[in-house]
Design a protein around this ligand. Structure first.
Ligand SMILES: O=P(O)(O)OC[C@H]1O[C@](O)(CO)[C@@H](O)[C@@H]1O
Length: 543
């Protein structure tokens, strides 16, 4: 199915950007601000209380104009509409991409294959809410009649990273007499440590898996069942202590969970786009149905903004285009996500799957090799901790690392001067990265000549600063949707499938084969390369 899109490098706007890059790529942010002092007022955009200052990027009005032209020429508008309309834009899996339907308000309609999907979304939400209310109030009892005090989410990838991130991000709003744990790794230590101090009689397991066939999750779920039944004794206990979140009712029933205790979603929700589906049940149990719905409303607000706002004022589009600029013209390899909000400590890890599983692709939708770099590496840590760890390299290393700073006007935990100090660091870091410190400035401070080069800050390191009032469920929804749509923006330009993940398959298949070889009672016939064969043999000998 040809997309009719020329390779990125052959598009008119891209070629114009290449010429433009020759002219301004080497310009320093000091010069850009000197020539255009008002850029700090102009290169900003805001929606629903999310403010983006992108003036400290190595761009001019012309850069922006050409990037916006590239978006138009690449069919971004049509791509956005196609997603919202429910077209099967996940071409390699022949699926619609409708995470936006998960937060569509009641009464809105999104028709897929002749059926409006929004009522089903609200049915599941209502079922989740009723269940959450029962658990939170203590009405839902375990097999021996005790209240549930512990919730353990078992899932991996999108069935873990979103729930963990949202739980941590919204802990301030959580019901504190409920303990939450998240088990993802097939490493038994993850499960063992998670339940070490828990009482099975008071523990509810949420088995979260879109497919309900994922090796790690099913292994952990079976171990959890054995652990629970060892204490509770009776198969019937499963009904009170296990619920499933999945699209696969057949496998859920096979596992022994009553499908009445299953919260469904659909194949048009990608794993990494699912934290606002039933996969978010742990989030709802923690913060309650009203807060969860407030989060969905936040997501929806950003969806409407993305769909309706002209590109030059559209936050996800701007964020996406800036990443294209650094990736494809400056050859930047990474993007650093630097939240100055302790509650967002898992946000960078969450964004890693969202961005890298989505845009880590090497062929276009037409199956041709892409002719530019695609998805960069996303990484990061909360400020100010990162400052005392890896910022040295961002400031003075040899790589260009565009940074996203995320900060809030208000803290949820006001403590003396802490918040002003925290936020002073956001502004100082972005300023230092952009403007640096020249040799003249260093010398003028009386630094001996030999030390001057070491103390020079080249500057010209670009960053975005994203500010919001305070971290609420709605604001979290807006932030996640902002990055989701920035991912689509990038994918549209690279003309790749941002919604499949074939790259995770090969390792999974090989591991299945090797498991048998590691566990075989008799010496297995190994048909690997010499390195893999030796490693397997060494493991077998020493395990
Ligand atoms: O929810 P499931 O089906 O267990 O899948 C978990 C994760 O595995 C992947 O398919 C691949 O790692 C992710 O896309 C997904 O989020």
């Amino acid at each position: 199915m040809a997309t009719q899109l020329a390779p990125v490098g052959e598009r008119k706007a891209f070629k114009a950007l290449q010429t433009h890059f020759q002219q301004i790529g080497g310009k320093h942010l000091r010069e850009l601000f000197a020539e255009d002092p008002a850029r700090g007022d102009r290169f900003t955009a805001e929606t629903g209380g999310i403010f983006l200052d992108y003036s400290k990027n190595r761009i001019t009005d012309e850069t922006l104009k050409l990037l916006l032209q590239l978006a138009e020429e690449s069919g971004l508008r049509e791509k956005i509409e196609a997603m919202f309309r429910g077209d099967k834009i996940n071409i390699t899996e022949n699926r619609a991409v409708l995470h936006v339907a998960l937060r569509a308000p009641k009464g809105e309609s999104i028709v897929l294959d002749g059926e409006d999907v929004v009522p089903a979304v609200h049915e599941v939400l209502d079922k989740m809410s009723a269940f959450a209310d029962r658990v939170r109030s203590g009405e839902w009892k375990g097999h021996t009649g005790k209240k549930i005090r512990n919730v353990v989410n078992i899932g991996i990838g999108g069935s873990d990273l979103g729930p963990v991130m949202a739980y941590e991000a919204l802990k301030f709003y959580s019901q504190r007499d409920l303990t939450f744990r998240f088990v993802s790794n097939v490493d038994g230590t993850d499960f063992a440590e998670a339940v070490e101090d828990l009482d099975a009689e008071e523990t509810l397991f949420l088995v979260a898996s879109k497919t309900f066939t994922t090796l790690e999750t099913m292994t952990n779920a079976h171990t959890a069942r054995d652990w629970a039944l060892a204490k509770l004794g009776d198969e019937k206990a499963v009904a009170k202590h296990f619920v499933a979140i999945s699209t696969n009712a057949k496998e859920v029933a096979k596992f022994g969970i009553d499908t009445a205790n299953m919260f469904g979603f659909w194949d048009w929700v990608g794993g990494r786009y699912s934290m606002d589906s039933a996969i978010g049940l742990s989030t709802m149990l923690a913060i309650g149905p009203d807060n969860f719905r407030a989060m969905l409303a936040g997501f929806h607000e950003m969806d409407v903004h993305f769909r309706t706002t002209p590109f030059e004022k559209n936050l996800p589009v701007l964020l996406g285009l800036l990443t294209i600029w650094y990736t494809d013209f400056f050859d930047a390899q990474t993007v650093a996500i630097l939240p100055y909000e302790q509650y967002l400590k898992r946000f960078p890890a969450y964004l890693q799957q969202l961005t890298m599983e989505s845009n880590g692709k090497h062929v276009t939708l037409d199956g041709e090799l892409v002719d530019t770099l695609t998805g960069p590496i996303y990484w990061g840590e909360p400020g100010t901790n990162g400052q005392h760890s890896f910022y040295q390299l961002i400031h003075q290393g040899t790589r260009l690392i565009p940074c996203d700073f995320i900060g809030f006007y208000k803290t949820l935990n006001p403590l003396g001067r802490h918040h002003d100090m925290l936020m002073a660091n956001v502004f100082a870091q972005a300023e230092a990265l952009a403007f640096g410190k020249t040799a003249e400035q260093v010398k003028a401070e009386g630094t001996p000549d030999w030390l001057v080069p070491h103390r020079v800050f080249e500057g010209n390191r670009p960053s975005n600063t994203i500010l919001a009032d305070k971290l609420t469920p709605a604001v979290l929804g807006k932030l996640v949707a902002l990055y989701e749509h920035a991912v689509l923006t990038q994918g549209a330009i690279w003309n790749i499938d941002s919604f499949d993940q074939w790259g995770v398959e090969l390792g999974k298949v090989l591991a299945q084969k090797i498991i048998g070889e590691l566990e075989s009672e008799t010496e297995p016939k190994l048909a690997h390369d010499t390195s893999t064969t030796n490693l397997i043999q060494r493991y077998r000998k020493n395990k």
